[in-house]
Design a protein around this ligand. Structure first.
Ligand code: ADP
Length: 313
């Protein structure tokens, strides 16, 4: 029997089709197939840093589901709790990158296999055996089942004495309205030990403008450490012990999608190893920065050797 995962996360996996053209919604010049999923990126990031990671989720009975399973397993992530749901397809996103301006993106998420993942005795067992649980605000937005799953997962981890990290990963289009989003996401955040908002989403969720006040909002609700991601300004960590900052690592960024997931993997990795806070923040910034140096959400996630080289420079 392989050892139980130390860190567990759960979420949605989507097939991602990336097209590139000069005009949106036309014939495209270039096309790629990838996988997308914030929680999956964190799982892969942690596995590359040498942690035993488990991933819970549901994919469809299609080639994208198979590819997701094989990709995660190939990265060393335990997929024994990744179910194949026979009656629903794997979700997808179709991103059309125009040569100038923001890409247009079409999603299929509600109604995907991931969206019907219900709580089960095996979820209870896997999560109850982990030292750490990572949660995002995306999964609970998919359906009533995934919301229930998310609350139960946090309760199970806490009851077992595990730590919980929460990244809001705000996706406003998945919620009925902004008040529902804010209420549910803040409710989940308040149940976590470490909350990792980006500056813009922290502002949306708390109404505060500065990183310090955003952090205070969650500290007042019982969270022990809040790490606000500040893009090219690095990150700020605030707890009852005070405030620490770390600058961004100077890199040539190619694709910043997935930087926050890499950052989360770096932070969780350091904290699970007992690394003190300032160095943990530096490691998180390093993993976030390295992630931006390659195209694709997970391609740039560094191995432990790569990370150690960057940190030694
Ligand atoms: P999110 O992806 O959640 O929006 P950010 O864009 O703030 O979050 O990125 C997360 C972290 O990754 C940042 O706090 C920073 O440490 C690092 N990072 C992001 N973009 C860059 C960049 N262009 N150069 C260096 N580091 C970056």
């Amino acid at each position: 029997m392989p050892e139980a995962p130390d860190v567990v996360t759960f979420g949605e996996i989507m097939a991602m089709f990336v097209a590139t053209d000069h005009r949106p919604l036309s014939e495209v010049d270039h096309f790629e197939q990838r996988l997308a999923g914030a929680e999956m990126n964190v799982a892969v990031g942690l596995a590359r840093l040498g942690h035993r990671v488990g991933y819970l989720g549901q994919v469809g009975p299609d080639p994208f589901g198979t590819r997701a399973r094989e990709t995660l397993a190939g990265e060393g992530v335990d997929v024994s709790a990744l179910r194949t749901e026979p009656s629903a397809p794997t979700g997808f996103q179709l991103k059309n990158r125009v040569h100038s301006g923001d890409p247009t993106v079409v999603y299929f998420r509600r109604g995907s296999a991931a969206s019907s993942l219900g709580w089960s005795p095996s979820a209870h067992e896997v999560i109850g055996a982990a030292r750490h649980l990572h949660v995002t605000g995306i999964f609970p937005a998919l359906s009533a089942e995934t919301r229930d799953f998310t609350f139960r997962a946090i309760a199970t981890a806490r009851a077992a004495g595990a730590t919980v990290s929460f990244d809001p990963n705000l996706r406003p289009s998945l919620w009925r309205d902004s008040s529902e989003m804010t209420t549910v996401v803040n409710d989940l955040a308040a149940r976590a030990d470490w909350v990792l908002p980006g500056l813009a989403e922290g502002r949306t969720l708390t109404g505060a403008t500065s990183a310090e006040r955003i952090a205070d909002f969650y500290l007042d609700r019982g969270v022990s450490q809040v790490v606000v991601k500040l893009g090219t300004d690095g990150a700020l960590l605030r707890s009852r012990d005070g405030t620490l900052r770390a600058p961004a690592f100077p890199v040539r960024a190619v694709d910043t999608v997935g930087a926050g997931d890499g950052f989360a993997a770096g932070w969780i990795s350091a904290r699970l190893e007992g690394v003190e806070q300032q160095r943990a923040l530096r490691r998180a910034c390093a993993v976030g920065a390295i992630t931006t140096t390659s195209e694709g959400d997970m391609d740039g996630l560094p191995s432990r050797v790569h990370l150690d080289t960057v940190l030694a420079e």
